[in-house]
Design a protein around this ligand. Sequence first.
Ligand SMILES: [Fe+2]
Length: 444
Amino acid sequence: MLDPRGNPASTRSAAAINASERGLWRMMSFYGTPVADLDEAIAADPQWLLPRLMKAGFLLSLTEPSLVPEAQTLLDSADPLIAHANHRERDHLSALQTLASGDWQLACDEWQGVLQHHPRDAFALQCAHLFDFYRGDATQLRGRAQRALSHWDESEPLRPYVLGHLAFGLEECGQYAEAEDIGRQALAGEAKVPWAIHAVAHVMEMQGRFAEGSGWMAQWAPDWAEGNGFASHLGWHHALFALESLDHAAALHLFDDFLRADPAQITLNRVDAASLLWRLHLLGVDVGRRWQALAAGWQLSAGDAGFYAFNDLHALLALLGDGQIARAEAWERQVQAGAERSSGNNRETHRSLGAPLMRGMLAFAQGRFDEAVQHLGDVSGASQRFGGSHAQRDVIAQTLLAAAIRGSDSSVARRLLAERQRLKPGTPLTEHWTRQLGLRQASR
Ligand SMILES: [Fe+2]
């Protein structure tokens, strides 16, 4: 059979196709989780490999080391089904095996191979886009969707989600006007596309349009704030706009609505929680017991350390924010050991970026500001490869600026501040840092 976009599917069950399509829509829209739909597809045709692969891909896409064994079990169970699978499905299996082994870059390359033959393979686009994002690969975030879209008919129901990919990729490449235009196109129809809302929010964040951004998030709240797996991250974006205007109370209110520690919270949401609290901490805001709750709920085991440098750094921030310096130092050693044991891309990412960033944050938390400037400054120019978005990595830039203002060499602080003034001129947050530097210089 063919799926609705004309991709060959090795099943004769329309029920299985329909259920897998619902799962795919959930993966791209983040409404609910696709697990129940994919289980339904597996039950409808137990011989069809692809729904099992989609389930494994979804589990791996959460960047939780604890979910890798379940994903690996699904991939291992594929063996008896391979004989029934077509070329495209076997290529997906290979990409997912590569992903599960930790080589995220090669997995993305393998998905690109799938897309060369099947540019309307939405599962390949979705997986590669997320792992381009996790790897901080702006060029591919933009390029994969750009190359594929010419093959997508305007009437395809999933096309707005691919436009959302393109909008975010354009934004990460600094093409703000095009990103906003494509993002708004993605939202022009009936489809709820949180990823496109997100892409436009990123544009506004990067351009310091905080009041407009806050209005944007409120305007589109019906399409992201309820029942959506991306709501925490979008709530975090809404809070960033509040933070840019120095409305700390609003930022904390949004934290409580979208990021407050919950035992079921996934790590990606804890990452955003740590990132927001750390930014408030840099501003000297009292966040009450939120650090304690965040650190207490984050199950950090030595076995999971070193899986993904981006998440590991934010876990360190949670411990530092909670004042657990000794535990943070122990976590840094565990991450180091875990990354060295790993065979995937994360070993090199940790060595070149994660390790100095962790040392810089540890130094900052202990008041060794010149040392923090040295470690954070050494890698800030290359931090894109650390993963995540520009807006997420701004926590590094803001810590570096705060350290430089408090350190002994104010020329570094002036240079960093000039860069922030160029990017976000006149925002209350930029003015805050300008005042802080002035006060520091006056006291010398
Ligand atoms: Fe974002």
